[in-house]
Write a protein of this length. Structure first.
Ligand code: ADP
Length: 215
């Protein structure tokens, strides 16, 4: 099992009331799986993704990556997140003052030399069909291209799990299709993917669907 969650609880306080989001939630994922998380807005999809990805601690319960409790140790959690997890969000969050190539290479410099990070970044961008865009700045790229650069950035440290939260939320149909085909290709190459989406069509490319409801 690459990723496993046991008995997750999460709630948020809003004024005097408490919003329960997860209550005893369990999750299991084998290496190479592609899971689409679907459900109405407010069902807790993003919260679940953040907890599984080590971005937000659950109130109770455990998350295991390759059998290791990720929230056991802060330093180890940072290490797991940097080396083994990749993230793609609805907004690309690219750095405006850096080129596509630099945006992808920069997080690669945490684990590797600058030279290696740049050559790997270029390789990934070329594979994603962005060879002609590597020296462009984010504002010189289309929305679909920006999101592909964000995916390339998520891949720079060769993660084992890719977490994607509504990655096509801002894109038109054609660009969404390109992004989804990219995910399919990456999954076929062995990358495990968890994708949050409210779009059933997009969910249908995953190997399985996890349906969440509001509590
Ligand atoms: P989804 O991704 O399915 O739309 P979310 O996980 O974003 O759902 O949110 C689940 C519920 O938790 C919502 O009611 C939301 O308002 C609430 N929530 C999420 N994050 C916070 C937060 N940081 N503080 C307070 N409430 C939150």
């Amino acid at each position: 099992m690459i990723l496993e969650a046991k008995s997750l609880y999460k709630s948020y306080k809003k004024g005097n009331s408490t919003i329960k989001v997860l209550e005893g939630f369990n999750f299991e994922m084998e290496k190479g799986d592609f899971v689409a998380v679907v459900g109405p807005s407010g069902a807790g999809k993003s919260t679940l993704l953040h907890i599984l990805g080590g971005l937000e601690k659950p109130d109770e319960g455990f998350v295991f990556f390759n059998g290791e409790n990720i929230y056991n140790d802060r330093k180890n959690l940072d290490n797991i997140r940097n080396k083994h997890f990749g993230f793609v969000f609805q907004f690309h969050y690219l750095l405006n003052d850096f080129t596509a190539l630099e945006n992808v290479a920069i997080p690669g410099m945490i684990n590797d030399s600058e030279n290696n990070a740049f050559s790997r970044a270029k390789e990934i961008l070329v594979k994603m069909g962005l060879e002609g865009r590597i020296n462009h700045f984010p504002k010189e790229l289309s929305g679909g291209e920006q999101q592909r650069v964000a995916i390339a950035r998520a891949l720079i440290n060769d993660p084992s799990v890719l977490f994607a939260d509504e990655p096509t939320g801002n894109l038109d149909k054609d660009n969404s299709r390109i992004i989804i085909d990219e995910f399919k290709r990456l999954n076929a190459e062995g990358l495990s993917i968890i994708l949050v989406t409210h779009d059933e069509k997009i969910a249908s490319v995953a190997k399985r669907t996890l349906r969440m409801e509001k509590l």
